[in-house]
Write a protein that binds this ligand. Sequence first.
Ligand code: SF4
Length: 497
Amino acid sequence: MLPEEKKNWVRDRIVPEEIDKYLGAGGGDFIPDAEIHRLLAETGEPAAAQVRELVAKALAVQTLSLAELATLMRVRDPELWAELRAAAGAVKRQVYDNRIVTFAPLYLGSKCVNDCAYCGLRRSNPAVERRVLDMAAVRAETEALAGKLGHKRLIVVYGEHPESGVDYIAESIRAVYSVKVQTRRGVGQIRRVNVNAAPMRISELKTLKQCGLGTFQVFQETYDRRAYAQLHPAGTLKSDFRWRLTAMHRAQEAGIDDNGIGALYGLSDWRFELLGQQAHALEMERFCGIGPHTMSFPRLEPAVNTPFLEQPKWRVSDGDFERLVTLARLAVPYAGLIITARESPEMRRRLLPLGVTQMDAASNVGVGAYADGQEKQKGERQQFILGDPRGLDECIREWAAAGCITSFCTAGYRCGRTGKCIMDLLRTGAEGKFCKLNAVLTFKEWLDDFATPETQAVGAALLERELAEVRRTQPQVWPAFEATYRRIVAGERDLYF
Ligand code: SF4
């Protein structure tokens, strides 16, 4: 593409009418800066009774208001904090039981027209190799992920660039779904393709929906509009705060009802970010009755040749990170809560009991790095440096030893249990019944197809307990379930309830 064509592509990307229609009568957006600053200026420790009322609200799977979340932020008493941590774990168990959903990120390109100060892939960084994978390479990456590692669910990540526009994204989703690989006992394939990409137009999102897109993720990076303006240079596509802020509205209008939001923690005061993210969740509920399907909590990590990351003013300490994850779990009790391998193994162990529902494993954020077997953490090929380089087998063994079953289930999406339907099921606990069955079936598949003997042993003990629980708690389903389980044991794959 000629430089002039690229310039025109950038110039024409944003559709002002697809921002303005979501703004208030006075042209304002839904991040109430003044209110957030006022709430953050309050300092009084809340009474224990008030805190416990809010915990009860979270346990009833009700979303907290901004003022309620800010109240919990002001808790300092160590005993009350211990109660909040325990409540976060309880909310997770109530909504998601003991399941951990796992996935892998798949970066398909390192070309980007933006220049975000904190990102290794920013266009002004000469230290990064630039490429966008062709479809043969996309299939090769998928074969490695589905055939060697046993992943069933991906988050595919795209830079914002004309070479990875909507047509490319659609083609690559189809390419990922097309791959089937023979495994030890059955067939491996990716069953859910989630996408992390730049904000898009409604018509483009409709195209992706037709390709079988799972969750659509756009992270605001920072909800603090002053920090946003400083970190995203004027004149770049990403500098338009509201085009990004309204990305989920357009997705909803396009019929995509599983959407993921997040902030990159460390770009501004984490307390402002968390309240901004809460305002976003509340706005999604107001706009179409469906809040975020997932919320992500990436924290700044080093990246090659990126001076901004050497001493960021707002770096979030490990202690504060635990606090914000606890608060987020209580604030939007039904949402999936994702902690990625940006974090160290130790940090992920600390966060797991606080209500995390999804973690990636065996991740490699280098473009083309799964298939070519190159060493992980090659800085010039990736956006940032990972904190947890462990393989899937090791992670699954650790989670199983902690009593968590890894679920590769993708049935909800394929049975139409998405959006409002899944939110209602999660709120009432009904989804848990399907999820337990499907978690057991997919866990068994994975153990038979991919696990080491050591992990098979730990997993088998967990499976025995899970099977006994299904038999005890769902006796009416047990005969059909047991028959399906036996088919999985015999080598059939992709059976679900
Ligand atoms: S954060 Fe995203 S948009 Fe910004 S430079 Fe990196 S890849 Fe591009």
